[in-house]
Every structure is written in structure tokens, then in C-alpha cells.
Write a protein that binds this ligand. Structure first.
Ligand SMILES: [Mg+2]
Length: 198
């Protein structure tokens, strides 16, 4: 397999939370994830928070609790100088719209992404992301949510998915999902169709 050739121009999509923005400190990730996700008959199902929970969640989205992940934001700023088309695809629900818009302004993301998609219609996150990935015909999509990636990877066979996780080194998990530990692993592990063994 050949290394990724930087001349290729690609459509690249990124998730927001846990990719560019951290969860609040002191709360284990799995608790936050569990609040949102539940499984029903093996199907992926995300829970929409109740009103009191929404208020708590809004508090947890105060800017000092949601720090940017600096090395990932700077990677993004670097690749924004290349010719790739970049998209942000976040399944944040409508109740977080004001906080999210403030955050996008603070990070200057309007100047980086061609389009930013948010789940302000409160769809199921995996269905929302699936629709957008399909519509944009992404070459690459990066997320930290593995169950979600498994769902969308099955339906978008020409997209390569990268799961940002705590792995020590990149590992190809399925035909089109690769686990990575840092965003710059994307380009070392991307193989376009002509060089792919698949
Ligand atoms: Mg995320």
C-alpha cells in the first residue's frame, strides 16, 4: 500500500465533540456517553434528554468546561490551508444551539469548514450523520463514537472512517474503519481506491 498522496483533494468530515472539543473535566467519558446512548434490540438508539437534563447539559456546555483539544484544532487549521473540502457534522441537539453557535464563533470554525451541519432537528444521531455523509460523498469521516461509525460505515462503503480513540497506534478494524490515536494518523492511513487492497 502506498502512502497518501497529498495532491489528492478530498471531502473530509469531522465530528465536533471529543474531536475538537473535550468533555467537561472530572466526569468520566463513559458516564456522558451512557447518558446519551442506549441499545434496544441491538439497534443503536440515542436518548433525547429530558427538560431538567437539558438544563444541566446546557450548564455543562459553559465555555470554561468545554475546552478545545488544542492539537486537533491546530491540525485542522493546518489542513485547512490545503485544498481539501472540510465539513463539520455534529449531532448536537437543538437545545444546545446557542452554546454551539457561540463556540463556533469563538473557534473561528466558520472560516474553516465549507459547511457545518448540526442535528438541530433532533434526529437520531446515527441517522442524521448517515444522511449527511451520503449526501456529501465524503472520502473521510472522523468520529469518536464507535457504535455510530459501525452503523454509518456499513452504508457508506466508499468512505473511509477513522475512529479517534485511545489506541497507541493506528489499527484497521474493518474494511473501512481504522482506529487512530491522533488526527494526523488519518493521512498516513488513508488509501485511495486505486491503492487499496480491498
Ligand atoms: Mg463526538
Amino acid at each position: 500500500m502506498q502512502p497518501y498522496n497529498h495532491v489528492v483533494i478530498m471531502n473530509i468530515g469531522f465530528d465536533l465533540d471529543k474531536i475538537f472539543i473535550n468533555y467537561p473535566p472530572l466526569i468520566p467519558d463513559r458516564i456522558i456517553d451512557r447518558l446519551y446512548k442506549k441499545k434496544s434490540n441491538g439497534e443503536l438508539l440515542y436518548r433525547f434528554p429530558s427538560r431538567p437534563e437539558q438544563i444541566l447539559r446546557k450548564l455543562s456546555h459553559m465555555s470554561f468546561l468545554r475546552k478545545e483539544i488544542k492539537k486537533n484544532v491546530s491540525f485542522l487549521q493546518d489542513i485547512a490551508k490545503e485544498k481539501h473540502t472540510l465539513y463539520l457534522i455534529s449531532s448536537r441537539f437543538l437545545f444546545l444551539k446557542p452554546e454551539t453557535e457561540r463556540l463556533m464563533k469563538r473557534l473561528g470554525f466558520h472560516g474553516i469548514f465549507k459547511t457545518m451541519f448540526f442535528n438541530f432537528e433532533n434526529k437520531q444521531p446515527h441517522e442524521f450523520k448517515n444522511e449527511i455523509i451520503k449526501k456529501l460523498q465524503l472520502d473521510i469521516y472522523v468520529d469518536d463514537d464507535f457504535p455510530l461509525l459501525k452503523h454509518v460505515a456499513k452504508q457508506n462503503k466508499n468512505t473511509q472512517f477513522f475512529w479517534l480513540s485511545n489506541r497507541k497506534k493506528p489499527e484497521k478494524l474493518t474494511r473501512n474503519i481504522t482506529a487512530i490515536s491522533t488526527l494526523s494518523d488519518i493521512f498516513q492511513n488513508f488509501h485511495n481506491k486505486t491503492t487499496s487492497k480491498i
